[in-house]
Design a protein around this ligand. Structure first.
Ligand code: PDD
Length: 285
């Protein structure tokens, strides 16, 4: 089946779907994105993803390209045309097309919009979750506004590649004080020996994950103790469990950090339960 992308008002086969070479997303990474899980053909937490998109755009002074309702139609239509049941829909909004100049283009330049969608291997993901994954740690060398979901992801790309080359699934960024900020494409969590669930507080130094927000709701409802604070790599290694969260991976237990086992080296009970129950707490539309 040929895949279809939405590009600036048209649905096109991927091979013909292209953006202008003077698109600022291409030349300056001047754009933002969202990744939304698709489950049984429905969008998971669309409302929160669109809310975060609006915030990222507004921090960069890029106009919202269309109404929330119109965006919802485009996301769904892209999912439908690609026959996605279990997977992701990707949305990117760039500042638009203009002669190359670092400063903003003339007022009225339309933002560009691209949407793609694809199925993911749900059974493979469940197998990975049953085994647990390895992470490595790398210095956090990103800019100071990673709360904005910008497509400028070079440090994340290099960190993820380093993880792959060391047989790990994810790289955790560590700040100058030795504390974990987040993963290259996920939020980072631990469960302490006394059962407290810990994830870094959301400020400008991490992306405030939508999956993170839903997991926080789930923890509260289940009466589990949550601490939103930074934790060190040593604390993670001494923890009972560790896990990562993101729209594409939901909740994934972490069993090794830099080659050393976390807890008893097997997926933790809380992480596994959160993965199993996650969609009871998420919105599907
Ligand atoms: N990544 N932190 C970073 C740096 C991320 O890139 C992501 C998401 C998250 C988790 O956010 P959410 O729960 O809203 O997906 C945290 C997406 C999935 C990606 O880049 O593919």
């Amino acid at each position: 089946m040929s895949r279809i992308a939405y590009v600036n008002g048209r649905y096109l086969p991927l091979a013909q779907a292209s953006v202008n070479v003077e698109d600022r997303g291409y030349q300056f990474s001047d754009g933002v994105y969202e990744v939304c899980e698709v489950r049984g053909g429905r969008l998971v937490d669309e409302r929160r993803h669109i809310e975060r998109l609006r915030r990222s755009l507004s921090e960069l002074r890029i106009a919202m390209p269309m109404s929330d309702a119109a965006l919802g139609v485009v996301l769904r239509e892209t999912v439908r045309r690609n026959k996605v049941r279990w997977g992701i829909v990707y949305l990117q909004v760039n500042r638009g097309v203009a002669h190359r100049d670092h400063a903003f283009p003339p007022a009225g330049t339309s933002p560009s919009v691209v949407v793609t969608a694809r199925n993911l291997d749900a059974a493979g993901a469940d197998r990975m979750a049953a085994d647990g994954v390895a992470v490595i740690t790398v210095p956090d060398n990103r800019w100071e506004r990673v709360d904005i979901k910008s497509v400028s992801l070079l440090p994340n790309v290099l960190a993820k590649q380093a993880a792959r080359e060391q047989g790990a699934r994810e790289a955790w960024f560590v700040d100058k004080q030795g504390r974990v900020t987040e993963g290259s494409s996920s939020n980072a969590w631990i469960v302490t020996r006394d059962g407290k669930v810990v994830t870094r507080h959301a400020d400008h130094a991490i992306l405030k994950g939508i999956t993170r927000a839903v997991v926080i709701d789930a923890l509260k409802e289940q009466g589990l103790e949550l601490e939103e604070r930074a934790f060190t790599v040593d604390e993670a290694l001494a923890a009972r469990e560790a896990f990562i969260t993101s729209a594409s991976q939901v909740v994934l237990p972490v069993v090794r950090i830099d080659g050393k086992p976390v807890g008893n080296g097997a997926p933790g009970l809380i992480a596994s339960a959160l993965r199993r129950d996650f969609h009871r707490f998420a919105e599907a539309t």
